[in-house]
Ligand binder design. Structure first.
Ligand SMILES: CC(C)(O)[C@@H](O)C(=O)O
Ligand SMILES: [Mg+2]
Length: 557
Protein backbone atom coordinates (compact mmCIF):
# COMPACT_ATOMS: atom_id res chain seq x y z
CA UNK A 1 0.00 0.00 0.00
CA UNK A 2 1.52 3.36 -0.98
CA UNK A 3 2.34 5.57 2.00
CA UNK A 4 0.91 8.65 0.35
CA UNK A 5 -2.65 7.30 0.16
CA UNK A 6 -4.96 10.04 1.40
CA UNK A 7 -7.28 7.76 3.35
CA UNK A 8 -4.42 6.94 5.74
CA UNK A 9 -5.40 10.19 7.43
CA UNK A 10 -8.56 8.48 8.70
CA UNK A 11 -7.57 4.79 8.79
CA UNK A 12 -4.09 4.48 10.30
CA UNK A 13 -2.62 4.76 13.79
CA UNK A 14 -3.97 4.49 17.34
CA UNK A 15 -5.36 8.03 17.27
CA UNK A 16 -7.70 7.01 14.48
CA UNK A 17 -9.44 4.30 16.46
CA UNK A 18 -12.60 6.47 16.68
CA UNK A 19 -12.54 7.10 12.93
CA UNK A 20 -12.18 3.36 12.31
CA UNK A 21 -14.99 2.67 14.75
CA UNK A 22 -17.33 4.71 12.56
CA UNK A 23 -15.98 3.12 9.39
CA UNK A 24 -16.64 -0.32 10.91
CA UNK A 25 -20.26 0.77 11.40
CA UNK A 26 -20.57 1.44 7.64
CA UNK A 27 -19.12 -1.96 6.72
CA UNK A 28 -15.33 -1.88 7.07
CA UNK A 29 -13.72 -4.99 8.58
CA UNK A 30 -10.22 -5.64 9.91
CA UNK A 31 -8.76 -6.23 6.44
CA UNK A 32 -10.34 -3.20 4.80
CA UNK A 33 -8.38 -0.31 6.26
CA UNK A 34 -5.50 -0.79 3.83
CA UNK A 35 -7.78 -0.66 0.79
CA UNK A 36 -8.32 2.53 -1.19
CA UNK A 37 -11.49 4.43 -0.30
CA UNK A 38 -13.37 5.38 -3.45
CA UNK A 39 -16.21 7.89 -3.45
CA UNK A 40 -19.18 7.10 -5.66
CA UNK A 41 -20.85 10.44 -6.45
CA UNK A 42 -24.41 9.36 -7.10
CA UNK A 43 -26.73 11.83 -8.82
CA UNK A 44 -29.65 9.40 -8.83
CA UNK A 45 -32.95 11.24 -8.85
CA UNK A 46 -36.56 10.62 -9.75
CA UNK A 47 -36.89 14.26 -10.81
CA UNK A 48 -35.84 13.58 -14.39
CA UNK A 49 -35.44 10.64 -16.81
CA UNK A 50 -31.80 11.74 -17.21
CA UNK A 51 -31.02 10.58 -13.68
CA UNK A 52 -33.61 7.83 -13.10
CA UNK A 53 -31.26 5.06 -14.21
CA UNK A 54 -28.25 6.22 -12.28
CA UNK A 55 -29.04 4.41 -9.04
CA UNK A 56 -28.78 1.05 -10.79
CA UNK A 57 -25.45 2.04 -12.37
CA UNK A 58 -24.15 3.15 -8.97
CA UNK A 59 -25.04 -0.26 -7.53
CA UNK A 60 -23.11 -2.01 -10.31
CA UNK A 61 -20.14 0.32 -9.90
CA UNK A 62 -20.13 -0.10 -6.14
CA UNK A 63 -20.08 -3.91 -6.41
CA UNK A 64 -17.32 -3.79 -9.03
CA UNK A 65 -15.19 -1.46 -6.89
CA UNK A 66 -15.47 -3.84 -3.96
CA UNK A 67 -14.66 -6.79 -6.21
CA UNK A 68 -11.55 -4.95 -7.48
CA UNK A 69 -10.26 -4.43 -3.94
CA UNK A 70 -11.48 -0.93 -3.09
CA UNK A 71 -13.84 0.30 -0.39
CA UNK A 72 -16.66 2.23 -2.08
CA UNK A 73 -18.51 4.98 -0.24
CA UNK A 74 -21.63 6.21 -1.95
CA UNK A 75 -22.82 9.76 -1.48
CA UNK A 76 -25.74 11.69 -2.91
CA UNK A 77 -25.35 14.65 -5.27
CA UNK A 78 -28.16 16.92 -6.39
CA UNK A 79 -29.45 17.55 -9.86
CA UNK A 80 -32.07 19.73 -11.39
CA UNK A 81 -33.80 19.00 -14.69
CA UNK A 82 -33.05 21.59 -17.37
CA UNK A 83 -35.90 20.30 -19.50
CA UNK A 84 -38.51 20.53 -16.75
CA UNK A 85 -37.24 23.87 -15.41
CA UNK A 86 -36.98 25.31 -18.95
CA UNK A 87 -38.83 28.56 -19.50
CA UNK A 88 -39.48 29.07 -15.77
CA UNK A 89 -37.82 31.07 -13.03
CA UNK A 90 -36.47 27.75 -11.73
CA UNK A 91 -34.13 27.52 -14.71
CA UNK A 92 -32.00 30.21 -13.05
CA UNK A 93 -30.79 27.44 -10.75
CA UNK A 94 -29.51 25.26 -13.58
CA UNK A 95 -26.05 26.75 -14.03
CA UNK A 96 -25.95 27.41 -10.29
CA UNK A 97 -26.38 23.65 -9.81
CA UNK A 98 -23.11 23.07 -11.71
CA UNK A 99 -21.32 24.92 -8.91
CA UNK A 100 -23.34 23.18 -6.19
CA UNK A 101 -22.43 19.79 -7.68
CA UNK A 102 -18.73 20.70 -8.04
CA UNK A 103 -18.57 22.10 -4.52
CA UNK A 104 -20.42 19.11 -3.06
CA UNK A 105 -18.17 16.53 -4.66
CA UNK A 106 -15.02 18.45 -3.72
CA UNK A 107 -16.34 18.80 -0.17
CA UNK A 108 -17.00 15.08 0.30
CA UNK A 109 -13.83 13.83 -1.43
CA UNK A 110 -11.55 16.14 0.52
CA UNK A 111 -13.58 16.10 3.72
CA UNK A 112 -13.37 12.30 3.84
CA UNK A 113 -9.78 11.95 2.53
CA UNK A 114 -10.91 9.76 -0.35
CA UNK A 115 -8.38 8.03 -2.62
CA UNK A 116 -10.45 7.95 -5.78
CA UNK A 117 -13.75 9.05 -7.28
CA UNK A 118 -16.28 7.48 -9.59
CA UNK A 119 -18.79 10.16 -10.57
CA UNK A 120 -22.10 9.35 -12.25
CA UNK A 121 -24.15 11.96 -14.07
CA UNK A 122 -27.19 12.38 -16.29
CA UNK A 123 -28.70 15.84 -16.72
CA UNK A 124 -26.65 18.64 -18.23
CA UNK A 125 -24.91 20.22 -15.23
CA UNK A 126 -23.97 16.89 -13.64
CA UNK A 127 -21.19 16.47 -16.20
CA UNK A 128 -19.32 19.78 -15.92
CA UNK A 129 -20.04 19.93 -12.18
CA UNK A 130 -18.43 16.54 -11.64
CA UNK A 131 -15.48 17.29 -13.92
CA UNK A 132 -14.77 20.63 -12.22
CA UNK A 133 -14.63 18.73 -8.92
CA UNK A 134 -12.43 16.01 -10.42
CA UNK A 135 -10.01 18.64 -11.73
CA UNK A 136 -9.96 20.48 -8.42
CA UNK A 137 -9.52 17.46 -6.18
CA UNK A 138 -7.13 15.70 -8.59
CA UNK A 139 -7.46 12.18 -7.20
CA UNK A 140 -7.76 9.24 -9.63
CA UNK A 141 -11.23 9.47 -11.12
CA UNK A 142 -13.52 8.21 -13.84
CA UNK A 143 -16.79 9.62 -15.10
CA UNK A 144 -19.76 7.32 -15.81
CA UNK A 145 -22.53 8.78 -17.94
CA UNK A 146 -26.09 7.70 -17.20
CA UNK A 147 -26.70 7.22 -20.92
CA UNK A 148 -29.00 8.64 -23.55
CA UNK A 149 -32.75 8.19 -23.84
CA UNK A 150 -34.04 6.33 -26.90
CA UNK A 151 -36.05 8.35 -29.41
CA UNK A 152 -39.83 8.54 -29.34
CA UNK A 153 -41.83 7.71 -32.46
CA UNK A 154 -44.59 9.62 -34.19
CA UNK A 155 -45.72 9.15 -37.78
CA UNK A 156 -42.44 7.51 -38.83
CA UNK A 157 -40.30 10.23 -37.36
CA UNK A 158 -37.99 10.15 -34.35
CA UNK A 159 -38.97 12.46 -31.53
CA UNK A 160 -36.88 14.05 -28.79
CA UNK A 161 -37.82 16.56 -26.12
CA UNK A 162 -36.90 19.33 -28.56
CA UNK A 163 -39.67 18.11 -30.91
CA UNK A 164 -42.12 19.11 -28.17
CA UNK A 165 -40.58 22.57 -27.70
CA UNK A 166 -40.79 23.10 -31.48
CA UNK A 167 -44.36 21.78 -31.55
CA UNK A 168 -45.31 24.59 -29.17
CA UNK A 169 -44.14 27.06 -31.84
CA UNK A 170 -46.03 25.15 -34.55
CA UNK A 171 -49.16 25.16 -32.44
CA UNK A 172 -48.86 28.93 -31.91
CA UNK A 173 -48.51 29.34 -35.69
CA UNK A 174 -51.54 27.05 -36.16
CA UNK A 175 -49.61 24.57 -38.30
CA UNK A 176 -50.29 21.86 -35.69
CA UNK A 177 -53.54 21.21 -33.81
CA UNK A 178 -53.98 20.55 -30.10
CA UNK A 179 -54.40 16.82 -30.57
CA UNK A 180 -51.12 16.51 -32.48
CA UNK A 181 -49.32 18.60 -29.87
CA UNK A 182 -50.70 16.29 -27.20
CA UNK A 183 -49.63 13.19 -29.14
CA UNK A 184 -46.08 14.54 -29.54
CA UNK A 185 -45.98 15.36 -25.83
CA UNK A 186 -47.07 11.79 -25.00
CA UNK A 187 -44.54 10.07 -27.24
CA UNK A 188 -41.41 12.23 -27.07
CA UNK A 189 -39.76 10.70 -24.00
CA UNK A 190 -40.30 6.93 -23.96
CA UNK A 191 -38.10 6.01 -21.00
CA UNK A 192 -34.99 6.62 -18.96
CA UNK A 193 -31.94 8.57 -20.16
CA UNK A 194 -30.69 12.05 -21.04
CA UNK A 195 -32.27 14.05 -23.88
CA UNK A 196 -31.56 12.13 -27.07
CA UNK A 197 -30.13 14.49 -29.68
CA UNK A 198 -26.64 15.95 -29.60
CA UNK A 199 -27.88 18.27 -26.88
CA UNK A 200 -25.92 19.37 -23.85
CA UNK A 201 -25.83 16.18 -21.79
CA UNK A 202 -24.81 14.00 -24.73
CA UNK A 203 -22.32 16.66 -25.87
CA UNK A 204 -20.59 16.85 -22.49
CA UNK A 205 -20.54 13.06 -22.11
CA UNK A 206 -18.98 12.74 -25.58
CA UNK A 207 -16.40 15.36 -24.62
CA UNK A 208 -15.40 13.42 -21.49
CA UNK A 209 -15.04 10.25 -23.51
CA UNK A 210 -12.84 12.20 -25.95
CA UNK A 211 -10.73 13.58 -23.11
CA UNK A 212 -10.13 10.08 -21.78
CA UNK A 213 -12.08 10.56 -18.53
CA UNK A 214 -14.79 8.04 -19.54
CA UNK A 215 -14.40 4.69 -21.27
CA UNK A 216 -14.47 4.39 -25.08
CA UNK A 217 -18.01 3.99 -26.50
CA UNK A 218 -19.61 4.63 -23.10
CA UNK A 219 -21.02 8.11 -23.82
CA UNK A 220 -23.40 7.05 -26.61
CA UNK A 221 -24.83 3.91 -25.01
CA UNK A 222 -28.55 4.00 -24.23
CA UNK A 223 -29.37 4.32 -20.52
CA UNK A 224 -31.64 1.28 -20.69
CA UNK A 225 -29.26 -1.11 -22.45
CA UNK A 226 -27.33 -3.75 -20.53
CA UNK A 227 -24.01 -2.56 -21.97
CA UNK A 228 -24.44 0.71 -20.03
CA UNK A 229 -24.49 -1.08 -16.68
CA UNK A 230 -21.60 -3.33 -17.78
CA UNK A 231 -19.58 -0.24 -18.65
CA UNK A 232 -20.27 1.23 -15.19
CA UNK A 233 -18.71 -1.93 -13.72
CA UNK A 234 -15.80 -1.78 -16.15
CA UNK A 235 -15.24 1.88 -15.28
CA UNK A 236 -14.91 0.88 -11.63
CA UNK A 237 -12.24 -1.71 -12.50
CA UNK A 238 -10.33 0.81 -14.61
CA UNK A 239 -10.49 3.31 -11.75
CA UNK A 240 -8.98 0.89 -9.25
CA UNK A 241 -6.11 0.27 -11.70
CA UNK A 242 -5.69 4.05 -12.09
CA UNK A 243 -5.39 4.35 -8.31
CA UNK A 244 -2.73 1.64 -8.25
CA UNK A 245 -0.84 3.27 -11.11
CA UNK A 246 -1.36 6.76 -9.71
CA UNK A 247 -2.92 8.18 -12.90
CA UNK A 248 -4.24 11.59 -11.94
CA UNK A 249 -6.96 13.65 -13.67
CA UNK A 250 -4.56 16.51 -14.33
CA UNK A 251 -2.29 14.09 -16.22
CA UNK A 252 -5.30 13.53 -18.49
CA UNK A 253 -6.97 16.97 -18.52
CA UNK A 254 -4.09 18.67 -20.31
CA UNK A 255 -4.18 21.44 -22.87
CA UNK A 256 -4.02 18.77 -25.60
CA UNK A 257 -7.07 17.03 -24.16
CA UNK A 258 -9.03 20.29 -24.22
CA UNK A 259 -8.02 20.85 -27.84
CA UNK A 260 -9.21 17.33 -28.64
CA UNK A 261 -12.49 18.04 -26.85
CA UNK A 262 -13.12 21.16 -28.93
CA UNK A 263 -12.34 19.29 -32.15
CA UNK A 264 -14.89 16.58 -31.32
CA UNK A 265 -17.42 19.21 -30.19
CA UNK A 266 -17.21 20.74 -33.68
CA UNK A 267 -17.28 17.40 -35.51
CA UNK A 268 -20.44 16.44 -33.62
CA UNK A 269 -22.23 19.78 -34.06
CA UNK A 270 -22.58 19.86 -30.25
CA UNK A 271 -24.05 22.25 -27.71
CA UNK A 272 -22.96 25.87 -27.18
CA UNK A 273 -22.85 25.06 -23.47
CA UNK A 274 -19.51 23.36 -24.04
CA UNK A 275 -18.07 26.83 -24.69
CA UNK A 276 -18.99 27.70 -21.11
CA UNK A 277 -18.18 24.40 -19.41
CA UNK A 278 -14.80 23.62 -20.99
CA UNK A 279 -13.23 26.94 -19.88
CA UNK A 280 -14.67 26.33 -16.40
CA UNK A 281 -13.16 22.83 -16.26
CA UNK A 282 -9.87 24.15 -17.67
CA UNK A 283 -9.86 26.82 -14.96
CA UNK A 284 -10.23 24.09 -12.34
CA UNK A 285 -7.44 22.06 -13.96
CA UNK A 286 -5.09 25.06 -14.24
CA UNK A 287 -5.06 24.88 -18.06
CA UNK A 288 -5.27 28.13 -20.07
CA UNK A 289 -8.25 28.03 -22.45
CA UNK A 290 -10.03 31.00 -24.04
CA UNK A 291 -12.81 31.65 -26.52
CA UNK A 292 -10.13 32.22 -29.16
CA UNK A 293 -9.18 28.54 -28.87
CA UNK A 294 -12.72 27.54 -29.89
CA UNK A 295 -12.56 29.93 -32.80
CA UNK A 296 -9.14 28.67 -33.96
CA UNK A 297 -10.08 24.97 -33.77
CA UNK A 298 -13.55 25.57 -35.25
CA UNK A 299 -11.92 27.03 -38.36
CA UNK A 300 -10.01 23.78 -38.91
CA UNK A 301 -12.57 21.12 -38.00
CA UNK A 302 -15.60 20.29 -40.16
CA UNK A 303 -18.99 19.18 -38.79
CA UNK A 304 -18.97 15.49 -39.67
CA UNK A 305 -22.08 14.15 -37.91
CA UNK A 306 -25.69 14.60 -38.95
CA UNK A 307 -27.24 14.93 -35.50
CA UNK A 308 -30.18 16.73 -33.94
CA UNK A 309 -31.12 19.48 -33.23
CA UNK A 310 -30.62 20.68 -36.82
CA UNK A 311 -29.55 17.32 -38.26
CA UNK A 312 -31.39 14.01 -38.60
CA UNK A 313 -30.09 11.52 -36.09
CA UNK A 314 -29.99 10.90 -32.34
CA UNK A 315 -27.23 9.64 -30.05
CA UNK A 316 -28.24 5.96 -30.30
CA UNK A 317 -27.83 6.21 -34.09
CA UNK A 318 -24.34 7.64 -33.57
CA UNK A 319 -23.60 4.72 -31.25
CA UNK A 320 -24.60 2.18 -33.90
CA UNK A 321 -22.54 4.06 -36.50
CA UNK A 322 -19.34 3.62 -34.50
CA UNK A 323 -19.71 6.15 -31.70
CA UNK A 324 -17.20 8.70 -30.51
CA UNK A 325 -14.16 6.47 -31.26
CA UNK A 326 -15.13 6.51 -34.95
CA UNK A 327 -15.42 10.31 -34.96
CA UNK A 328 -12.11 10.60 -33.10
CA UNK A 329 -10.34 8.23 -35.49
CA UNK A 330 -11.52 10.26 -38.47
CA UNK A 331 -10.11 13.41 -36.87
CA UNK A 332 -6.90 11.65 -35.83
CA UNK A 333 -6.35 10.36 -39.35
CA UNK A 334 -6.61 13.93 -40.64
CA UNK A 335 -4.24 15.49 -38.15
CA UNK A 336 -6.93 17.16 -36.03
CA UNK A 337 -6.52 15.18 -32.81
CA UNK A 338 -3.53 14.78 -30.48
CA UNK A 339 -2.98 11.02 -30.43
CA UNK A 340 -0.52 11.19 -27.54
CA UNK A 341 -3.07 12.44 -24.98
CA UNK A 342 -3.44 10.06 -22.03
CA UNK A 343 -6.66 8.32 -20.98
CA UNK A 344 -7.80 6.95 -17.63
CA UNK A 345 -6.99 3.41 -18.84
CA UNK A 346 -3.31 4.41 -19.06
CA UNK A 347 -3.39 4.08 -22.85
CA UNK A 348 -2.98 7.05 -25.16
CA UNK A 349 -5.80 8.12 -27.49
CA UNK A 350 -3.90 6.71 -30.48
CA UNK A 351 -3.48 3.35 -28.73
CA UNK A 352 -7.15 3.27 -27.76
CA UNK A 353 -8.19 3.96 -31.37
CA UNK A 354 -5.74 1.49 -32.92
CA UNK A 355 -8.41 -0.94 -34.16
CA UNK A 356 -10.97 1.64 -35.30
CA UNK A 357 -11.09 2.04 -39.11
CA UNK A 358 -9.99 5.43 -40.46
CA UNK A 359 -13.12 6.06 -42.51
CA UNK A 360 -16.66 5.45 -41.21
CA UNK A 361 -18.68 2.52 -42.53
CA UNK A 362 -20.42 3.07 -45.85
CA UNK A 363 -23.74 1.56 -44.70
CA UNK A 364 -24.63 4.55 -42.55
CA UNK A 365 -24.84 8.32 -42.96
CA UNK A 366 -24.75 9.51 -39.35
CA UNK A 367 -20.98 10.00 -39.49
CA UNK A 368 -20.05 11.42 -42.86
CA UNK A 369 -16.92 10.39 -44.74
CA UNK A 370 -14.12 12.96 -44.63
CA UNK A 371 -14.82 13.99 -48.23
CA UNK A 372 -18.48 14.85 -47.52
CA UNK A 373 -18.75 16.83 -44.29
CA UNK A 374 -22.07 18.33 -43.24
CA UNK A 375 -20.40 21.75 -42.92
CA UNK A 376 -16.81 22.45 -44.02
CA UNK A 377 -16.03 24.24 -40.74
CA UNK A 378 -17.14 24.13 -37.13
CA UNK A 379 -20.68 25.24 -36.36
CA UNK A 380 -19.72 27.36 -33.34
CA UNK A 381 -18.17 30.75 -33.95
CA UNK A 382 -16.96 33.42 -31.56
CA UNK A 383 -18.36 36.80 -32.56
CA UNK A 384 -16.98 40.12 -31.42
CA UNK A 385 -17.86 43.76 -32.02
CA UNK A 386 -19.18 46.75 -30.13
CA UNK A 387 -22.04 44.58 -28.82
CA UNK A 388 -19.75 41.88 -27.46
CA UNK A 389 -16.28 43.16 -26.67
CA UNK A 390 -15.33 40.03 -24.72
CA UNK A 391 -17.04 37.77 -27.24
CA UNK A 392 -20.27 35.89 -27.90
CA UNK A 393 -21.04 32.41 -29.20
CA UNK A 394 -22.94 31.81 -32.43
CA UNK A 395 -24.32 28.45 -33.51
CA UNK A 396 -24.55 28.38 -37.27
CA UNK A 397 -25.82 24.87 -37.99
CA UNK A 398 -29.22 24.56 -39.61
CA UNK A 399 -29.30 28.03 -41.16
CA UNK A 400 -28.67 28.83 -44.81
CA UNK A 401 -26.92 32.19 -44.44
CA UNK A 402 -25.85 32.98 -40.89
CA UNK A 403 -26.11 36.73 -41.15
CA UNK A 404 -28.76 39.36 -40.70
CA UNK A 405 -29.05 43.13 -40.23
CA UNK A 406 -32.36 44.20 -38.76
CA UNK A 407 -34.27 46.16 -36.18
CA UNK A 408 -33.74 45.26 -32.53
CA UNK A 409 -36.73 43.86 -30.65
CA UNK A 410 -35.66 44.27 -27.06
CA UNK A 411 -36.78 42.18 -24.06
CA UNK A 412 -35.47 42.40 -20.51
CA UNK A 413 -36.41 38.80 -19.72
CA UNK A 414 -36.98 35.46 -21.42
CA UNK A 415 -40.65 35.43 -20.40
CA UNK A 416 -41.36 38.76 -22.10
CA UNK A 417 -39.73 37.50 -25.29
CA UNK A 418 -41.49 34.12 -25.37
CA UNK A 419 -44.82 35.85 -24.87
CA UNK A 420 -44.14 38.14 -27.85
CA UNK A 421 -43.12 35.20 -30.05
CA UNK A 422 -46.16 33.11 -29.14
CA UNK A 423 -48.39 36.14 -29.75
CA UNK A 424 -46.74 36.34 -33.22
CA UNK A 425 -45.35 39.81 -32.68
CA UNK A 426 -41.89 38.83 -34.02
CA UNK A 427 -41.55 39.19 -37.80
CA UNK A 428 -39.02 37.97 -40.38
CA UNK A 429 -36.02 40.33 -40.41
CA UNK A 430 -36.20 41.19 -36.70
CA UNK A 431 -33.23 40.79 -34.39
CA UNK A 432 -34.53 39.73 -30.99
CA UNK A 433 -32.48 40.84 -27.97
CA UNK A 434 -32.98 39.01 -24.66
CA UNK A 435 -30.93 40.67 -21.94
CA UNK A 436 -30.46 40.82 -18.18
CA UNK A 437 -30.31 37.03 -18.44
CA UNK A 438 -26.52 36.76 -18.01
CA UNK A 439 -24.57 34.96 -15.27
CA UNK A 440 -25.00 37.88 -12.83
CA UNK A 441 -28.12 39.46 -14.25
CA UNK A 442 -30.50 36.48 -14.49
CA UNK A 443 -28.76 35.32 -12.51
CA UNK A 444 -27.74 31.96 -13.85
CA UNK A 445 -27.85 32.43 -17.64
CA UNK A 446 -31.04 30.60 -18.45
CA UNK A 447 -31.23 28.48 -21.61
CA UNK A 448 -33.44 30.16 -24.18
CA UNK A 449 -34.88 26.97 -25.65
CA UNK A 450 -38.52 28.04 -25.36
CA UNK A 451 -38.10 31.18 -27.53
CA UNK A 452 -35.63 29.67 -30.02
CA UNK A 453 -37.66 26.48 -30.52
CA UNK A 454 -40.85 28.52 -30.85
CA UNK A 455 -39.18 30.56 -33.62
CA UNK A 456 -38.11 27.35 -35.38
CA UNK A 457 -41.64 25.96 -34.96
CA UNK A 458 -43.07 29.12 -36.54
CA UNK A 459 -40.72 28.74 -39.50
CA UNK A 460 -38.67 31.80 -38.49
CA UNK A 461 -35.39 30.00 -37.67
CA UNK A 462 -33.77 31.32 -40.85
CA UNK A 463 -35.18 34.83 -40.91
CA UNK A 464 -35.08 36.08 -37.31
CA UNK A 465 -31.84 36.78 -35.43
CA UNK A 466 -31.66 36.28 -31.68
CA UNK A 467 -28.95 37.55 -29.36
CA UNK A 468 -28.76 37.13 -25.60
CA UNK A 469 -26.46 37.37 -22.63
CA UNK A 470 -28.14 34.15 -21.50
CA UNK A 471 -27.24 30.80 -23.00
CA UNK A 472 -28.89 28.12 -25.09
CA UNK A 473 -30.02 24.57 -24.78
CA UNK A 474 -28.19 22.02 -26.86
CA UNK A 475 -31.56 21.78 -28.63
CA UNK A 476 -31.35 25.35 -29.88
CA UNK A 477 -30.50 26.28 -33.44
CA UNK A 478 -31.34 29.14 -35.77
CA UNK A 479 -29.66 32.50 -36.20
CA UNK A 480 -28.72 32.60 -32.56
CA UNK A 481 -25.91 34.23 -30.59
CA UNK A 482 -25.60 33.66 -26.85
CA UNK A 483 -23.11 34.28 -24.03
CA UNK A 484 -22.91 37.96 -25.12
CA UNK A 485 -20.24 39.46 -22.87
CA UNK A 486 -19.96 41.75 -21.07
CA UNK A 487 -23.55 41.10 -19.99
CA UNK A 488 -26.28 43.73 -19.52
CA UNK A 489 -26.19 43.62 -15.72
CA UNK A 490 -22.61 44.89 -15.66
CA UNK A 491 -23.27 47.57 -18.28
CA UNK A 492 -22.27 45.65 -21.42
CA UNK A 493 -23.39 47.30 -24.65
CA UNK A 494 -26.32 44.84 -24.91
CA UNK A 495 -27.88 46.92 -22.08
CA UNK A 496 -27.71 50.02 -24.25
CA UNK A 497 -29.68 48.69 -27.24
CA UNK A 498 -32.99 50.48 -27.85
CA UNK A 499 -36.07 49.11 -29.59
CA UNK A 500 -35.68 49.58 -33.34
CA UNK A 501 -31.87 50.11 -33.37
CA UNK A 502 -30.13 48.38 -36.26
CA UNK A 503 -28.10 45.31 -35.28
CA UNK A 504 -25.78 43.28 -37.50
CA UNK A 505 -25.22 39.63 -36.68
CA UNK A 506 -22.72 38.17 -39.15
CA UNK A 507 -21.27 34.80 -38.28
CA UNK A 508 -19.17 34.72 -41.45
CA UNK A 509 -17.39 37.94 -40.47
CA UNK A 510 -17.49 36.99 -36.78
CA UNK A 511 -19.25 40.28 -36.08
CA UNK A 512 -21.92 41.36 -33.61
CA UNK A 513 -22.53 45.06 -34.00
CA UNK A 514 -24.93 47.74 -32.86
CA UNK A 515 -25.12 50.15 -35.79
CA UNK A 516 -24.95 53.46 -33.91
CA UNK A 517 -22.08 55.94 -33.64
CA UNK A 518 -19.40 55.65 -30.95
CA UNK A 519 -20.57 59.02 -29.60
CA UNK A 520 -24.16 57.85 -29.24
CA UNK A 521 -22.99 54.63 -27.58
CA UNK A 522 -20.85 56.65 -25.14
CA UNK A 523 -23.79 58.95 -24.39
CA UNK A 524 -26.03 55.97 -23.60
CA UNK A 525 -23.30 54.35 -21.53
CA UNK A 526 -22.92 57.47 -19.39
CA UNK A 527 -26.69 57.51 -18.74
CA UNK A 528 -26.92 53.77 -17.84
CA UNK A 529 -27.45 52.79 -14.19
CA UNK A 530 -27.07 49.23 -12.92
CA UNK A 531 -30.37 47.65 -11.92
CA UNK A 532 -30.85 46.39 -8.36
CA UNK A 533 -29.98 42.69 -8.07
CA UNK A 534 -33.08 40.54 -8.67
CA UNK A 535 -32.45 38.43 -5.55
CA UNK A 536 -31.32 39.73 -2.17
CA UNK A 537 -31.09 36.42 -0.27
CA UNK A 538 -30.28 32.79 -0.84
CA UNK A 539 -28.24 30.92 -3.39
CA UNK A 540 -29.16 33.11 -6.37
CA UNK A 541 -28.01 36.22 -4.49
CA UNK A 542 -24.72 34.55 -3.47
CA UNK A 543 -24.17 33.29 -6.99
CA UNK A 544 -24.79 36.68 -8.62
CA UNK A 545 -22.13 38.26 -6.41
CA UNK A 546 -19.56 35.59 -7.09
CA UNK A 547 -19.88 34.53 -10.71
CA UNK A 548 -17.42 35.56 -13.46
CA UNK A 549 -18.22 36.55 -17.03
CA UNK A 550 -19.52 33.96 -19.49
CA UNK A 551 -16.37 34.61 -21.53
CA UNK A 552 -14.33 32.94 -18.77
CA UNK A 553 -16.76 30.09 -18.10
CA UNK A 554 -18.99 31.71 -15.44
CA UNK A 555 -16.88 30.35 -12.61
CA UNK A 556 -17.31 31.09 -8.91
CA UNK A 557 -13.87 30.41 -7.44
C1 LIG B 1 -33.53 20.13 -22.23
C2 LIG B 1 -32.22 20.01 -22.98
C3 LIG B 1 -32.48 19.71 -24.41
O1 LIG B 1 -31.52 18.96 -22.44
C4 LIG B 1 -31.34 21.20 -22.75
O2 LIG B 1 -31.26 21.55 -21.41
C5 LIG B 1 -29.92 21.16 -23.31
O3 LIG B 1 -29.15 21.98 -22.86
O4 LIG B 1 -29.59 20.41 -24.22
MG1 LIG C 1 -29.37 22.34 -20.72
Amino acid sequence: MPDNRRSRAVTQGFQRAPNRALLRAVGFGDGDFDKPIVGVANTHSTITPCNMGIGALAVRAEAALREAGAMPQVFGVITISDGIAMGTEGMKYSLVSREVIADSIETVCNGQSMDGLLALGGCDKNMPGAMIAIARVNIPAVFVYGGTIKPGQYQDRDLTIVSVFEAVGQYSAQTLDEQELCEIERRACPGVGSCGGMYTANTMAAIFETMGMSLPYSSTMAAEDAEKADSAAESAEVLVQAITRHILPRDILTRRAFENAIAVLMALGGSTNAVLHLPAIAHAAGVPLTLDDFEAIGRRVPVLCDLKPSGHYVATDLHRAGGIPQVMKLLLAHGLLHGDALTVTGRTIAEALKDVPEEPRADQDVIRPWSKPLYPRGHLAVLKGNLAEEGAVAKTSGVKIPKITGPARVFDSEEACTEAILARRIRPGDVVVIRYEGPKGGPGMREMLSPTAALVGQGLGDSVGLITDGRFSGGTYGMVVGHVAPEAAVGGAIALVQEGDSITLDAERRLLQLNISDEELARRRAAWRPPAPRYARGVLAKYAKQVSSASTGAVTD
